[in-house]
Design a protein around this ligand. Structure first.
Ligand code: ZN
Length: 434
């Protein structure tokens, strides 16, 4: 089956690249992935998977940071205009994007789950001749939106794995669940799929990422260590506007409260027990030069190597935000819009991954462990699987990175698509025959 898998992937490779390029041109932000979800769903339906969308895919109340109504409606209209059928939109509307697909071989065997994230970022894509998507004319068609983290590649790999599963169905046993997760960015979507129970009886869970560390194509890592727990907060200060020349004393300055918060957050002491982070990524305040600002808005995040460290960062951040508000006598609203947990991959999966991937012609080198320092909301899914005794890992798929993740010139070598598919395919084979 090793050679059969590898040559199937060889044949599928042009299709993997074209899926990736189509998705790259139509980036959609978290909980607005209507067209992406439909594109994936249509393909999986054709293959014979059972498809679950809308409130059957994500638990409505467990979604973090759902976009405001006007953004949802704009994306919904656009999706309808671009050919997503009304009956799909009826189920997905209101930001219930993403999809779960299941395949039951009806033969005794383990339940394997695979997770692929599908959302894009609010970034204006580079238009330089050395940026390959631009040079090859498949860059984003939507100004200000971009697949700048490789989730277009992840979705394409997921489609490839679904094709492979359907093609080799006679040789497989057990059950497969494919989770095409919305809103990974900001740690907003995984909990909503987890809370619906998709991971409840999963024996093995696999997810992973293209890039992260710049490694040669053909290199994979079986497990990762170092993902941080994180919390995402939106903070809104409300004060009182007033004439800045005639009656400044009547104003209550929300801009200064926001600015004080921004500088003081960076003064939270480091934690002796491990790595921590804090960042203010956005600050918008005020209305004009001669007006005491009555509004201030911040998007912030904290991270920590462990849950207690992140809790410490979050508590300190809250204290600073509230103290800044009281210093300037303005009111403040703190909205919790996303979180991730820490990840502990099962090292017990390393030998299985090594054994089953090392004979693939697509994979040259397997690092047992890679160290990373981002955050991943797949953590919710992994922890749910591990909580009932299942095993879980988060792999890396090496590619050269011309630019950092989340930057306008981000791109990856498309040769990584068949490599990552091979890794999933061979762990599927391995997990399946245990
Ligand atoms: Zn990512």
């Amino acid at each position: 089956m090793i050679n059969a898998f590898d040559s199937f992937i060889q044949k599928l490779k042009p299709q993997l690249i074209s899926w990736r390029r189509e998705l790259h041109q139509q980036p959609e932000l978290g909980f607005l992935e209507y067209q992406t979800t439909y594109k994936i769903g249509k393909e999986l339906e054709k293959l014979g998977f059972s498809i679950h969308i809308g409130k059957d895919a994500v638990k409505s109340k467990s979604r973090y940071g759902v976009p405001p109504k006007h953004e949802l409606q704009r994306a919904e209209t656009q999706a309808l205009d671009n050919g997503v059928p009304q009956e799909w939109m009826d189920l997905m509307k209101g930001g219930h994007t993403g999809l779960a697909a299941t395949w039951d071989t009806k033969k005794e065997g383990p339940h394997l789950a695979f997770r692929f994230d599908i959302d894009a970022l609010p970034i204006l894509e580079a238009s330089d001749s050395d940026h390959q998507p631009y040079a090859d004319k498949f860059s984003s068609k939507l100004e200000g939106l971009m697949h700048a983290c490789g989730h277009d590649g992840h979705a394409s790999i997921g489609l490839g794995l679904a094709h492979l599963t359907a093609h080799f169905k006679e040789q497989l046993s057990g059950k497969f669940t494919f989770l095409f997760q919305p809103a990974e960015e900001g740690g907003r979507g995984a909990k909503a799929m987890t809370d619906l129970g998709w991971l409840e009886d999963v024996d093995q869970f696999y997810s992973g990422h293209i890039g992260i560390n710049s490694l040669p194509v053909g290199t994979i890592a079986a497990v990762t260590k170092g993902f941080l727990a994180s919390s995402k907060l939106n903070v809104t200060f409300s004060g009182q506007s007033s004439h800045a020349g005639m009656k400044p004393e009547d104003g209550r300055n929300a801009l200064l409260a926001a600015a004080t918060t921004a500088t003081q957050l960076h003064a939270i002491p480091r934690h002796s027990e491990g790595v921590s982070r804090v960042n203010v990524g956005k600050l918008v305040a005020g209305a004009g030069r001669n007006i005491i600002a009555d509004s201030g808005y911040l998007e912030i995040e904290t991270r920590g190597e462990s849950k207690p460290i992140n809790s410490f960062m979050q508590q300190e951040a809250k204290r600073i935000i509230q103290s800044s508000a009281s210093m300037y006598d303005v009111s403040v609203d703190i909205e919790f819009v996303g979180e991730t947990e820490t990840i502990t991959c099962d090292d017990s999966l390393i030998p299985m991954i090594q054994e089953h991937c090392q004979h693939s012609s697509w994979i040259n080198h397997i690092h047992p462990v890679a160290n990373v320092s981002g955050s991943e909301d797949a953590s919710f899914m992994m922890n749910a699987v591990q909580a009932h005794g299942g095993q879980a890992t988060y792999m890396l798929f090496g590619t050269h990175l011309p630019s950092n993740h989340h930057s306008p010139a981000f791109d990856f070598d498309e040769e990584v698509l068949p490599v990552a598919l091979a890794a999933y395919a061979h762990v599927l084979r391995g997990g399946n025959t245990q």
